[in-house]
Design a protein around this ligand. Structure first.
Ligand SMILES: [Zn+2]
Length: 497
């Protein structure tokens, strides 16, 4: 089956860089791109009309946690200063002996509706990504049963996924006074690691090759050194990428320094974890970041030397008053920059815009984090993270993972006149502008509709699930707060008028 997509602008590829082709065409046969150029003379079986639109490689989200992210809604414009702006500590660290309630990701497998809840989260996650033109994603360490639910939706809805159950040697909990405390359990971590291995060996190559495995030691400071070493060994044996949160958290940085006399990046080097197959979640709180007041840092040089990928999630960290310092320094060090959403919205166009603007502000350089740079990170950067030269580009032989983006939009003037489609997209676009998504040569969203998904119904179910999370905060919050105390309304709530 041979299909021709008639642009519009087409983002082509010339060896090491994307190119721009006005009024171009992309031809794909089955799951692979056959031709990209101004015209195609051969016969085709079908044609997709994308005239007046942008035809681009699908986006790669390198930092996804399955879910509707209702808990994150509690930490907008608020939070615990004693956690140094680290969001997950505020909303997923329960009082010792309790569990975060209402969120099926933390349910026991025996809990009623845990499976249905995880299925909803998986459907929400995959549908949101497809709707926003994300064709490949990397899951960042959710539990095994969350991965199982995701696997089903990845198979059904047709996205490309790197899945792998997370593991660690213990978690953070809150004590009776709300202080952070470590709950260590090395044996449980080892067991989790083994079941993660069994999962990735089972699913790798599934769904016609759309599913691949990855290793996900959740956070560098919550894993024992043995577990990190075992991760490296398994990654080498299996040829799978590794993801972990590191250099992402002030507490993690100082705790690691105090315990090991090394920064988190130095610690990763010491156990052999650094490499081209490692994607570091955030990697912004490195020794060189002035926020940490550390002297003599060499984290950027180390990550660059090993060709590590930093999964930069600019919206999430900006929301917490933090930043990557800076885009040009990371690039100059040789670090591969990729983009991730981590929280919400899973809209890489918005992520590109924030990465670009903050990149300019932090580096005091209007040339920094250009539209081309951030678009490259959302496509080729993600492909490098998973070691693929057939993703993130439209070139003969590459996977037919294609998005069609409306640069006019049906009912707004947001784009205005478009001269350069990439600059226009980064400055004026949103995920909703994506109209058609093709993954592996199959149309998975056509004219903004994802077959098999009722977006309104999912939104309704997610709202209900969110209300359940918000109503149960007091059951597990180490400070015993309600959702209203944890996250005051933006304006006074008035119900008696
Ligand atoms: Zn994360």
């Amino acid at each position: 089956m041979r299909t021709l997509v008639r642009g519009g602008w087409v983002v082509g590829f010339a060896g090491h860089t994307h190119t721009l082709i006005p009024d171009g065409v992309v031809v794909y046969e089955n799951d692979r791109v056959l031709h990209v150029g101004r015209r195609f003379e051969g016969a085709v079986d079908a044609e997709i009309d994308a005239r007046g639109r942008l035809v681009a490689p699908g986006f790669i989200d390198t930092h996804v946690h399955s879910g509707h992210r209702a808990s994150h809604r509690l930490i907008t414009d608020t939070g615990r200063p004693d956690f140094y702006g680290q969001p997950f500590l505020e909303i997923t660290v329960p009082r010792e002996g309790t569990r975060v309630g209402g969120d099926p990701r933390y349910a026991r497998p025996t809990d009623a509706d845990a499976d249905a809840g995880n299925r909803l989260l998986a459907t929400f996650t995959v549908a949101e990504m497809l709707r926003n033109g994300i064709t490949t994603f990397m899951e960042f360490g959710s539990q095994l049963r969350v991965q199982e639910a995701l696997l089903g939706e990845v198979e059904r809805l047709g996205i490309r996924a790197y899945l792998g159950a997370g593991y660690d040697s213990g978690r953070w909990v809150g004590d009776e006074r709300g202080r952070l405390k470590r709950a260590l359990n090395e044996a449980a971590g080892q067991k989790e690691f083994e079941s993660a291995l069994a999962f990735i060996e089972r699913v790798d190559g599934g769904a016609g090759g759309r599913v691949r495995g990855l290793l996900a030691p959740r956070e560098v400071e919550t894993c024992s050194l043995d577990l990190l070493r075992a991760t490296r060994k398994a990654a080498d044996e299996l040829g799978m990428p590794i993801v972990t949160h590191a250099a992402y958290n002030v507490i993690e940085f100082y705790d690691t320094l105090r315990e090991h006399r090394m920064t988190p990046v130095e610690l990763m080097e010491s156990v052999g974890l650094l490499g081209r197959d490692l994607t570091v979640g955030h990697g912004n709180l490195v020794a060189e970041n002035a926020l940490l007041n550390y002297s003599g840092g060499r984290d950027l040089e180390l990550m660059g030397r090993y060709g590590v990928t930093v999964s930069h999630c600019p919206v999430n960290i900006a929301r917490r008053a933090r930043y990557l310092d800076s885009w040009p320094k990371y690039r100059a060090a040789g670090i591969n920059l990729a983009l991730g959403s981590d929280t919400y919205p899973r809209d890489l166009i918005m992520q590109m815009r924030v990465a670009s603007y903050v990149g300019k502000v932090v580096s005091h350089n209007l040339f920094a984090a250009s539209a081309a740079d951030v678009f490259e990170a959302a496509t080729l950067g993600g492909a490098r993270a998973v070691g693929r030269d057939d993703l993130g580009r439209l070139a003969p032989g590459a996977k037919a993972d294609i998005v069609i983006i409306d640069l006019e939009t049906r009912d707004s003037l947001r784009f205005g006149p478009v001269r350069d489609p990439i600059k226009a997209l980064v400055e004026c676009g949103i995920g909703d502008d994506v109209v058609t998504v093709i993954v592996d040569g199959a149309v998975r969203m056509r004219d903004r509709v994802v077959p098999g998904v009722d977006l309104a119904a999912i939104r309704g179910q997610a709202q209900q699930a969110g209300e359940a999370v918000w109503s149960r905060v007091q059951e597990w919050d180490p400070l015993g707060r309600t959702a209203e105390q944890m996250s005051p309304w933006s304006f006074p709530l008035v119900t008696d008028c």
